[in-house]
Design a protein around this ligand. Structure first.
Ligand code: GTP
Ligand code: MG
Length: 219
């Protein structure tokens, strides 16, 4: 019985996700679902991506957290449209929450929509939001064993951003082995080592994202 309920929930989510996708397409918006464990650097990557791409694109943001408006306030300081979703305990964003957020954003003024999911390496991977791309921020201090422990997350995403590379000299983390482990379960994934603190590697990620959005313009 419980399995049937879960199936219904995911089915309903998928239907709303399709509607979200259609709405985004109608407005020419490319949406990226950014997932990670708490503190990996999702907001830092959102901020760096805004700074890097804002001269080329109109960016909007949806912030997902269990509680607070801390991240939305930070993003708001960049002068881009932002909506905060408080899930009130849910460990992930779902398509219904995104539908509500889209109703509260100036869609005509957005070309790239960055969606920061709730900090969690499990649940967010199971819920489509209607996005065009899924990205995972995996940070060096979390350890290089995560692809083995959270395989669904690593196989679901189009890109893995390895953040906090400035900490590599201080933390036991084998970048080569980590990359190999990810590629073994997701051959098509793109991997970007970055430091959101120093800015190293961010340009490469942003250029790739822009090329995914605008293949013709990126040349
Ligand atoms: N050393 C270092 N610290 C970083 C880097 N990126 C982010 N941080 C720090 O890591 C902490 C968490 O960063 P956030 O961007 O808030 O992480 P988050 O994933 O959005 O966190 P939640 O929204 O709470 O799940 C902050 O203290 C950041 O300053 C980095 O590249 N290097
Ligand atoms: Mg955050």
């Amino acid at each position: 019985m419980e399995i049937k309920v879960l199936k219904d929930i995911l089915g309903a989510n998928e239907q709303i996700a399709r509607k979200n996708h259609a709405l985004l397409e109608q407005h020419g918006i490319f949406a990226v679902n950014i997932m990670a464990s708490p503190g990996a650097g999702k907001t830092s990557l959102v901020l760096q991506t805004i700074k890097t791409l804002r001269s080329k694109l109109k960016v909007g943001v949806i912030e997902g957290d269990i509680a607070s408006t801390v991240d939305a306030e930070l993003v708001g300081k960049e002068g881009v449209p932002v909506v905060q979703i408080n899930t009130g305990g849910e460990c992930h964003l779902d398509a219904n929450m995104i539908q509500n957020a889209l109703n509260n954003l100036p869609l005509k003024s957005i070309e790239l929509l960055l969606i920061e999911n709730v900090g969690n390496l499990v649940c967010p991977a199971e819920f489509n939001l209607g996005e065009h791309m899924k990205a995972l921020v995996a940070s060096v201090p979390e350890g290089d064993d995560k692809p083995f422990k959270y395989p669904l997350m690593f196989t679901t995403v189009d890109a893995v951003i390895i953040n906090k590379t400035d900490l590599l000299p201080y933390v036991k983390f084998n970048l080569e082995a980590f990359t190999k482990a990810i590629k073994a379960i997701n051959a098509k994934v793109e991997i970007f080592p970055v430091s959101c603190t120093t800015g190293e590697g961010v340009q490469k990620w942003a250029e790739w994202l822009f090329a995914r959005m605008r293949p013709a313009a990126a040349g």
